[in-house]
Design a protein around this ligand. Structure first.
Ligand code: LLP
Length: 422
């Protein structure tokens, strides 16, 4: 069931007409569906009901505290990559013992915050980080549970900018150095080895790269255990792809992914940790925008929207495809036009789609970008002094603003003219 769909000739989010949200809150605006978050979380988690597993939702994909609180209520943990994300997760009610801390550049301040909160595990990505964590834990009188994020040198496909599991990527401990790293950690007084961690990339549309990774990591776990290390958990990261409407092949269904992981890890005697991001939030949100002008230049038809690259960066950054639809269902006799769909920012890269076939649009028409719930609002910015795009959470026939649109005053409030100029 789609929770962003047409009813009575216009698109709704669950039981709320998008036009009502546009009237109340203005555009551009992100709109999320609670029912979709719940469904995606359950589709994923229910596969693992009969094994010990932690779903640690990857906060970076959509980090709004209302989204995190929705997932917390379902039992989700969190994968965080900064002190800020850690505070978000805790604020939303995700218990510290369900929080894993990933990332290549954790600072000692962030480590201290996480140690004081009592998080479950640090996914350590380098030897200098290991030393820093050991020292920080010692100085705070705590012990840090660690897993090394190992780099399995597996190609996951997908866009080069989001591939992480090849040896030339900055992530993780090089495969051949893994055992040395564990041996070093075992000698440190304030870190305790508890597991192994990997994350090979994002928007992965096949099971094979995950299978190859599990095979390699299973062997590594065997070697580590033979060397005397206690390996209790295997964190396989996130990365499962989702349909965007242009996929060359349909990504694996989460149930199939889960069944494969369970089968391959059945005899490993580990707790599995998952860090799904996009799979939970991607199709739980849309970006609602309004046409400012339809501009025809003779050679091109431009649809100039009030949303721009600062609101939804994915097309500009990764040439990502988002399905675009008008909020008003087109009549049966509609005229199709090939549009270059663009924003008002002063860069040619501020282009969402080229030659996209859409029903003819006019100034004031509302349109949606589908599958914008992951890496949409989370990657938005204020370039061109365009206020951060607000976010709305729908729940049945109710909706609330979960991030306000700041005024220009709010933006300027953080800036200062230095004393020598005033
Ligand atoms: N765990 C770690 C350590 C990660 O770095 C990521 C994503 C995830 C989990 C979640 O991956 P997911 O399940 O969402 O694929 N901004 C890009 C995607 C960047 C992914 C970064 N890491 C995009 O918009 O496509």
């Amino acid at each position: 069931m789609r929770h962003f769909d047409f009813k009575n000739g216009e698109m709704y989010a669950e039981d709320v007409p998008l036009s009502k949200i546009a009237d109340d809150v203005g555009t551009p605006v992100y709109v999320y569906s609670t029912a979709t978050f719940v469904r995606h979380y359950k589709v994923f988690s229910e596969v693992f009901n009969d094994v010990t597993a932690l779903i640690a939702y990857s906060v970076k994909a959509n980090s709004n505290i209302a989204v995190l609180a929705t997932l917390a209520k379902l039992g989700s943990g969190a994968d965080v990559v900064s002190g800020g994300e850690l505070i978000r997760a805790l604020t939303a009610g995700i218990p510290a013992h369900k929080i894993v801390f990933s990332g290549v550049g954790k600072t000692t301040d962030e480590m201290r915050l996480a140690l004081e909160a009592g998080i479950r595990v640090f996914n350590v990505e380098s030897i200098p980080e290991l030393y820093a964590l050991n020292e920080t834990a010692q100085s705070t009188g705590t012990i840090a549970n660690i897993a090394f994020r190992v780099n399995p040198d597996v190609s996951a496909g997908g866009h080069a900018k989001i591939s992480t599991g090849k040896k030339e990527n900055k992530f993780g401990i090089a495969w051949d150095d893994a055992e040395k790293a564990y041996a070093l950690a075992a000698k440190m007084p304030a870190v305790r080895v508890v597991g192994v961690d990997v994350h090979i990339g994002s928007q992965i549309d096949k099971l094979e790269p995950f299978e190859a990774t599990i095979e390699k990591v299973s062997e590594l776990i065997g070697r580590l255990r033979r060397a005397g290390h206690v390996i209790k958990s295997f964190d396989i990261g996130g990365g499962l792809g989702i349909p965007y409407g242009n996929n060359e092949q349909a990504p694996p269904h989460p149930a199939d992914y889960g069944a494969m992981v369970k089968k391959m890890t059945r005899d490993l005697n580990v707790e599995m940790i998952f860090e799904p991001g996009r799979m939970i939030s991607g199709n739980s949100g849309i970006l609602l925008s309004k046409v400012i002008y339809a501009k025809e230049t003779g050679s091109r038809n431009f649809l100039i929207l009030d949303a721009a690259m600062n609101d939804l960066l994915r097309p500009a950054l990764y040439d990502a495809f988002h399905d675009i639809e008008p909020v008003k269902a087109p009549g049966s006799d509609f005229e199709e036009v090939l549009y270059d769909v663009v924003g008002p920012v002063c860069e040619t890269g501020d282009t969402f789609a080229k030659d996209r076939a859409l029903p003819r649009c006019n100034s004031g028409d509302l349109i949606v970008f589908h599958t914008a719930g992951a890496y949409g609002a989370a990657q938005s910015g204020q370039y061109n002094t365009r206020p951060l795009v607000p976010e709305i959470l729908v729940n049945g026939a109710d909706y609330e603003v979960i991030r306000e649109r700041p005024g220009i005053d709010d933006i300027l409030k953080t800036e200062r003219i230095p004393s020598w100029l005033s």
